[in-house]
Ligand binder design. Structure first.
Ligand code: HDE
Length: 736
């Protein structure tokens, strides 16, 4: 049959992308359009993809035919769509970006990516949870993966890090035990993506080197508000080598521009059901809105020769290097500025490995790191096959030239008769130092061969205490309730009783509060005294942005028919002008009419969502403009009142003008909270109101100031603080 259809085209997307990695990815990107036609995998156009080939007549449908290769191909390809998910870190979200060096670190490393301040290095970052399977929720209590692949001109360099600076184990040989213990239990595959079960707490109780890490995992760090608001850490100790051949031990830090912020636990729990994709959507939303997330890259370095000067072993991944002893030097900045084009080929198929290091960066003898560098290569085999490094997302931007050949899924074609070295033509010899070869450091090593570790590895409690002592009062309170939650989910008394006693190794007050909550024996004395020391930068409160900001915050504006449109419009414009995101929420997702409009179509605003469709958990703050009819409707709406009370309970800033004050009185009729009827703006426990509205100037950029002169200045200040902790400390939030 002759075809008059325009020939099928597969377009390379050439626009909107720049840089070496983007160029390299381009030939593999298709953008199907209306002029394209569906084909088989071998390129033949298909006429019908809805009916299998079968025998039919006027009365009946007969058998299908084996010769229908179209149908077989379609089902066969579908049957094999899934690959094994990552054994840990299965659920993730990725994005592309760039790394720029701000200050050369040539004094400690000859890695060009950390020397050359004129370069922009493309990166791909994958954030993840650890325990859950690929379909689990984003907001569970868990460590978050923070893996960065730098496509440098000297080859790929991966920092495969986490958002917590320490780990549960010191030696890689324990990893299978640890992962088995934290993952769902083998007999019933319960629970999903949670450490709140017998096996996890049994393991970490018996395995005391995990103590420091589970303090972090019970802290707010394990329930981040956003991937964009987390720190990242290389965790392991790496080695930097400079041009003089000198060695420094190094830890890598990523610090987010927006500060480090977390959910409150009840909110995280609810979001796991209400919006399990919250974090991946949040990442894409920010990038698509041009609010590119940024982190600084910092290094802590210890010169060779000083590695034994500390009371902890610097190769022990269960220990931090306190910043008062070894300051962080910020040397670079990473920005994420492009969402992935397709999840599977990019975020799912990206393969990180701690052994991906460029000249100037090397392994230390950290026994966790050594094992990791075997594991990541090994695991890619079962996930992606032996040629995983040929997938576009994994390819370096510099040439890959070697005699590794063949294997399943080989793409590259290398011409010529030679596939070995040395060869008679002198093809592809190893590089010299001047040609940028990776040189191994000639480290002198002496010792006896033994299954053992050095003595300092055996101290397991000092830094757990250091961490707890360094937290703010709300953070400390959250740790106590997190233990309360987790151990309450353990039904084997051996587990929660032993853990209640174990906590007395860290802090007596913590142990007593938790034991009382979970039904364990309440210890009457500390099993080891708390040394009382603190260290800087362990509390999240120390990472507030240098200038308070409400950028990228999601603010729900709640209205009903009869709302005050002048204030609504003014505040909404001000939210946008400040880089935050306004969402209008109303009893229905249709046009909502303002006061005095006589419900004339076109006079109002279409709600983005209705009160049942979304929940307060999905927003950072709430604003309610006045309008007597609107407030009367909202006051009678149970869901609207629930929004207010839930946001209040989750410590969120709440702003209201005009008659909204009446709604707040109804919603927050609590002793201790006073909502003034004044004409001036008042602020009480993060609830900011203004009874009489002067909306002039609402759409201008707002000075963020607690003691600001007008409503927006004060409301913005509350939003910039993330949550109103005083509400929780004074027990108000638990009363709603
Ligand atoms: Fe991993 N880890 N890990 N890990 N890890 C994996 O590699 C492993 C550890 C981390 O987004 C696996 O490709 C061992 C510490 C991240 O693709 C696997 C040990 C830290 C990711 C593996 C550790 C991490 C992984 C599973 C103990 C923080 C996700 C799939 C010696 C510094 C990377 C894969 C991505 C993934 C092994 C401990 C971070 C099985 C053996 C410590 C962020 O190879």
């Amino acid at each position: 049959m002759a075809s008059n259809i325009i020939p099928s085209t597969v377009k390379n997307i050439m626009s909107g992308e720049k840089g070496a990695k983007a160029t390299q990815l381009q030939p593999d990107i298709q953008e199907p359009g209306k002029d394209d036609r569906i084909t088989t995998d071998y390129g033949v156009r298909q006429s019908n993809t809805d009916d299998t080939l079968k025998i039919v007549n006027d009365q009946s449908t007969g058998p299908q035919l084996l010769e229908d290769s179209f149908a077989r191909e379609k089902i066969h390809r579908f049957d094999h769509e899934r690959i094994p998910e990552r054994v840990v870190h299965a659920r993730g979200a990725g994005a592309f970006g760039t790394f720029k060096l701000l200050e050369s670190a040539a004094d400690v490393t000859c890695a060009a990516v950390l020397n050359d301040t004129t370069r922009e290095t493309p990166v791909f970052v994958r954030f993840s949870t650890v325990q859950g399977s690929r379909g689990s929720a984003d907001t569970v209590r868990d460590v978050r993966g923070f893996a960065v692949k730098f496509y440098t001109q000297e080859g790929n360099w991966d920092i495969v890090g986490n958002n917590i600076p320490v780990f549960f184990i010191q030696d890689s040989i324990k990893f299978p035990d640890f992962v088995h213990a934290v993952k769902p239990e083998p007999h019933n595959e319960v629970p999903q993506a949670q450490s709140a079960h017998n096996n996890f707490w049994d393991f970490v109780n018996l395995h005391t080197e995990a103590t420091h890490m589970y303090m972090w995992a019970m802290s707010d760090r394990a329930i981040p508000r956003s991937y964009r608001m987390m720190q990242g850490f290389g965790v392991n100790t790496f080695v930097l080598i400079n041009a003089k051949g000198e060695r420094h031990f190094c830890k890598f830090h990523w610090t987010p521009e927006l500060g480090v912020h977390s959910f409150v636990w009840d909110e995280a729990l609810k979001l796991a059901g209400q919006d399990p994709d919250f974090h991946r959507k949040d990442l894409n939303e920010a990038i698509e809105n041009g609010a590119y997330p940024k982190w600084t890259l910092g290094i802590q370095v210890i010169p060779e020769g000083q590695e034994h000067d500390f009371d902890f072993d610097i190769l022990d991944a269960t220990k931090i290097w306190p910043e008062d002893l070894i300051p962080v030097r910020n040397i670079g900045e990473m920005e994420l500025n492009k969402v992935v084009d397709e999840y599977f080929p990019q975020t799912e198929q990206v393969a990180f490995c701690t052994a991906h290091m460029v000249p100037g960066i090397a392994h230390s003898n950290d026994p966790l790191l050594q094992g990791r560098s075997f594991s990541y290569f090994d695991t890619q085999l079962s996930r992606l096959g032996i040629n995983w490094q040929e997938l576009p997302i994994n390819r370096p931007v510099c040439p890959v030239m070697n005699f590794n050949r063949d294997g399943q899924g080989r793409h590259r074609i290398t011409k010529g008769p030679i596939n070995y070295y040395p060869n008679r033509h002198g093809i592809q010899p190893p590089a010299t130092a001047n040609e940028g070869a990776y040189l191994d450091y000639p480290e002198k090593v002496a010792g006896i061969k033994a299954r053992a570790k050095s003595p300092k590895f055996k101290e397991h409690f000092n830094q757990a205490q250091l961490f707890l002592n360094s937290l703010s009062p709300p953070e400390r309170a959250h740790i106590t309730s997190a233990f309360g939650f987790e151990l309450d989910h353990c039904d084997d008394p051996i587990v929660y009783e032993r853990m209640s006693l174990r906590l007395a190794d860290i802090d007596l007050e913590l142990a007593q509060s938790v034991a009382a909550m979970v039904g364990g024996p309440v210890p009457d004395k500390a099993s080891r005294p708390n040394h009382g020391k603190k260290a800087p930068k362990l509390s999240q409160t120390e990472f507030a942005p240098t200038k308070p900001t409400i950028a990228t915050r999601r603010i729900a504006i709640i209205i009903a028919d009869g709302y005050d449109s002048v204030t609504y419009n003014g505040v909404k414009a001000a939210i946008t002008a400040s880089g935050a995101l306004p969402f209008t929420i109303a009893p229905r997702r249709h046009e909502i009419f303002p006061a005095g409009s006589d419900n004339n179509p076109g006079s109002g605003v279409r709600a983005d969502h209705h009160l049942e469709g979304m929940r307060s958990t999905m927003f950072d703050a709430i604003f309610v403009p006045g309008g007597s009819k609107s407030i009367e409707t909202l006051s009678k709406n149970g869901r609207a009142l629930h929004w207010m009370r839930e946001a209040f309970g989750h410590l969120k800033p709440i702003g209201g003008t005009g008659e909204a004050v009446e709604l707040f009185k109804l919603a927050f009729a609590l002793p201790g909270i006073s909502i003034s009827q004044d004409t001036s703006a008042v602020e009480s426990y993060g609830v900011v109101t203004q009874n009489k509205v002067d909306s002039s100037g609402f759409s201008e950029m707002v000075q963020i100031a607690k003691e600001g002169a007008n409503f927006l200045e004060k409301f913005w200040f509350q939003i910039s603080q993330h949550r109103c902790w005083a509400r929780e400390l004074d027990g108000l939030s638990s009363q709603v």
